[in-house]
Write a protein that binds this ligand. Sequence first.
Ligand SMILES: Nc1ncnc2c1ncn2[C@@H]1O[C@H](COP(=O)(O)OP(=O)(O)O)[C@@H](O)[C@H]1O
Ligand SMILES: [Mg+2]
Length: 359
Amino acid sequence: MKKRIVILYGGRSAEREISILSALSVIKAFDYRYYEIQTISISLEGTWLKGPFLTEKPTSENILEKTTELISPCFIKNLGDVVFPVLHGPMGEDGTIQGFLETINMPYVGTGVLASAVAMDKITTKYLLQTKGILQLPFVPVLNNDWSKQTSSVFEKIEGHLVYPVFVKPANTGSSIGISRAENRIELQTSLELAFQYDSRALVEQGIKAREIEIGVIGNDDVQTTNAGEIIKNVDFYDYHAKYIDNQISMDIPANIPEEINQQAREYAKKIYITLAGSGLARCDFFLTKENKLFFNELNTMPGFTEFSMYPLLWENMGLNYSNLIEELIHLAEKRFAEKQHYFAVKTFENCESSLGSQ
Ligand SMILES: Nc1ncnc2c1ncn2[C@@H]1O[C@H](COP(=O)(O)OP(=O)(O)O)[C@@H](O)[C@H]1O
Ligand SMILES: [Mg+2]
């Protein structure tokens, strides 16, 4: 019997367009001799719409635009064996969808609730990794509440810790949305106001001139990493527009860096993934300075996933092609699910036993 995969795409975040591109690539990569696909689109408002059911490779580029009926999210249980949430950003990559799938007891591809939520929050991630001996850029967290009440002391705190230029980021976004660079106090004010349009918590980070190096990570308990790839930028800061609309970036895979730096980045990526309780997949991003110092930037738990995105290309370079990569991720989802069922059964059984014993 064919395995039925539910592909969730779209979603409520500003990154929904990227999700649709990633989902389109994913559904084309399945081997339809062994899989059939139920697509489900999540609208900006959070409603779930049944999309096409596919038993063979789609030929149309517009296939995902066709949705048929509104469904209740819980109904997803009847529609497939494993869910692949091809969703980026808040309400997709941040543990919320993952929590829902845990609650209804469905296997799903990618990171679990904890790692998804932590990795989506740039401030919490920084705090968690502080004791791990991995360099991170200095930063100052800012709450909108403090900013609106004590603007001057927020400025003083930032200027006491960091030097311009700085990068201002909402704690929870992705794909450069709401992020900007500030060269002085006036720009800092504009940047903070922009960041607070997206979140009530922001992070002001030391700006750095550096190369951007990325490592692919896969696995549950047994964690594997790729060699590094490099993002080559034609612009100083690659924002959402530069990244996805103007295509002002290219990739160098493998990155042209010393082998010891490549190994160090791989080792760090593995350590970070394990520390944050990663499972399934992630892409770990670093800055690399002229002096060959590596600074951790972020862990993306559902990195861009089109056939031409960095994460799949990093694996392609290691000899794992796009279709096999997707199959491996489904296998990992099933494996983690089976293990969880076991732990859950043991805990429930023990609890029942002890509560019976105490009666
Ligand atoms: N501290 C920094 N110094 C220099 N460039 C930065 C800094 N922080 C972010 N950037 C630039 O902004 C981009 C987006 O920032 P990042 O923290 O990766 O957020 P996102 O989650 O949106 O990808 C980075 O890829 C990099 O080009
Ligand atoms: Mg990034």
